[in-house]
Design a protein around this ligand. Structure first.
Ligand SMILES: NC(=O)c1ccc[n+]([C@@H]2O[C@H](COP(=O)([O-])OP(=O)(O)OC[C@H]3O[C@@H](n4cnc5c(N)ncnc54)[C@H](OP(=O)(O)O)[C@@H]3O)[C@@H](O)[C@H]2O)c1
Length: 249
């Protein structure tokens, strides 16, 4: 049997209602895994099941990453898991001089505090099976901050450090933890970024991608790889997914 399969693995996926999250869920299912898809919009969660090729292995659960109690309640409902893909995030680009406390709190809460709190509760309630794999969808921008991106890029950098700390703290249980750093992917944040910088600047930026911008499945397949036993020797590191954008010195 190929080590790339996910048979007998139950994977929790946050941000499952995003195009990238949706692709991650479907590719996990395609590789034989079971998915618990997290989202805060019941209609979008129902859509995931209705559109899925493997609805029998797809469970959906409500969670709002802005509410601590919502995460506490979620963890009580969850079965033991073999992995977690953290894909929920808020972009909310804003130049530093215009930042409001509510925006700072929202981005840091959804992009960093809540994944940390969720994972902490998963461990403290013994819901993480030995040999599990954690995958944090970060961004290439954590190493390449951009104008208006202070909150998003700082939260992603913090998330990558968190991924590494899990790898260190949980090594005795053979739990692996890694980050993925995508550049521009045709998904929700692509559209938000284009609206922020304008189409002309986006088109200019995309010329720097030797392989063009990414698609949700590009992130999904790398996530599947890191979740699988084929990646059994990979922990505490990052995979850059950028179509060659950052290969030039
Ligand atoms: N697209 C890109 O170019 C790109 C590049 C690098 C990294 N990424 C990363 O890839 C992931 C997915 O990106 P995307 O472009 O597909 O994002 P997106 O379309 O903007 O979706 C964001 C996801 O986060 C969820 N979310 C936001 N606030 C939440 C909250 N309070 N509670 C629970 N869930 C919440 C959203 O749920 P709702 O459906 O309810 O809004 C949605 O599922 C993100 O982590 C992003 O940072 C994306």
């Amino acid at each position: 049997m190929t080590p790339f399969h996910l048979n007998n693995k139950t994977i929790l996926v946050s941000g499952a209602t995003s195009p990238i999250g949706h692709a991650i869920c479907e590719r996990i299912l395609e590789m034989g895994g079971k998915v618990i898809a997290l989202g805060r919009n019941q209609n979008k969660l129902s859509d995931l099941v209705n559109k899925s090729t493997y609805p029998e292995n797809l469970q959906t659960e409500y969670v709002d990453f802005e509410l601590v109690q919502s995460i506490e309640d979620l963890v009580k409902r969850l079965p033991p898991i073999n992995g977690f893909v953290s894909a929920a995030a808020q972009l909310l680009p804003m130049p530093v001089q215009f930042l409001q406390e509510e925006v700072i709190e929202k981005v840091m809460k959804v992009n960093f505090h809540s994944p940390v709190f969720l994972v902490s509760r998963l461990f403290s309630t013994k819901k993480v099976i030995s040999g599990s794999s954690f995958v944090f969808i970060s961004s290439v921008s954590s190493n390449h901050p951009y104008i208006g991106g202070v909150l998003y890029t700082a939260a992603k950098a913090a998330l990558e450090n968190f991924a590494k700390v899990i790898a260190l703290e949980m090594k005795s249980l053979k739990i692996r933890s890694n980050s993925i750093q995508p550049a521009m992917v045709h998904s929700g944040m692509f559209d938000q970024t284009e609206a922020f910088i304008g189409k002309e600047k986006m088109d200019e930026h995309l010329k720097n991608y030797p392989l063009g911008p990414g698609f949700p499945d590009d992130v999904a397949w790398s996530s599947v790889f890191l979740l699988s036993d084929a990646a059994r020797w990979i922990s505490g590191t990052k995979i850059v997914l950028d179509g060659g954008l950052t290969m030039y010195p």
